[in-house]
Design a binder for this molecule. Structure first.
Ligand code: GRF
Length: 203
């Protein structure tokens, strides 16, 4: 399978994919790492791993739709079967989402449907939650609202800050995101009108 990974920053989830491919636990070829942000640190990591990188800078486009069309065209040229949003910090429009419907995944650092949007860990702390976590989901037009595929939970401990919690959660992100992609590549995972199906069963 051919993967395109979209990043905006550090790229630690992208790096987890690179390592899963290198270890042989993910039977895929990362054909492109693209970023809207020319300064994304992850671009450097990808290039060092010998992966093609591309910057499609949203500032070069007049509208979200024009940016999305350019980004979609860049990805389509690689023949990607699966598109992975990994810390990609732009809201995508239907122009992009329909082009990759059913083969577009995102990871969101909360136990969705709790805390869509930003500052998830701080919000979990402020709410007095006793656990936090992360969700891999199919992307639909509802922001952070597409059908969930896989979640991981971590305890919230006394004295936690948003940073300490993020460090606990990211370890789990790096495990569950390549696993969800693996299911997809194995043909076990599908997006239907009923939601996400794994081996034909609703998740
Ligand atoms: C992760 O916490 C991910 O869940 C969120 O953005 C962060 C990206 O981190 N969507 P990285 O760039 O993968 O290190």
């Amino acid at each position: 399978a051919r993967l395109a990974i979209l990043i905006s920053g550090r790229g630690s989830n992208m790096q987890a994919f690179i390592e899963a491919v290198e270890r042989g636990t993910l039977n895929a070829d990362i054909s492109l790492v693209a970023s809207n942000n020319p300064d994304a640190a992850g671009l450097e990591l990808a290039a060092r791993a010998g992966i093609d990188t591309s910057v499609v800078n949203h500032r070069d486009y007049d509208s979200r739709e024009a940016f999305d069309a350019a980004l979609a065209a860049r990805i389509e040229r690689t023949g990607a079967d699966l598109v992975i949003l990994a810390g990609f910090m732009r809201i995508l429009t239907s122009v992009f989402i329909t082009a990759f419907s059913g083969r577009l995944l995102n990871i969101h650092p909360s136990l969705l449907p709790k805390y869509p949007g930003l500052n998830t860990h701080q919000r979990a702390l402020d709410a007095g939650d006793t656990e936090a976590g992360v969700t891999v989901h199919f992307v639909t037009e509802e922001l952070d609202g597409g059908p969930p595929i896989l979640q991981a939970r971590v305890p919230i401990e006394a004295g936690d800050t948003a940073d300490s919690l993020a460090r606990r959660v990211i370890v789990e992100e790096h495990k569950i995101y390549p696993l969800a992609a693996r299911w997809f590549i194995q043909g076990r995972l599908r997006l239907t009108d009923q939601g996400a199906l794994l081996d034909g069963e609703k998740i």
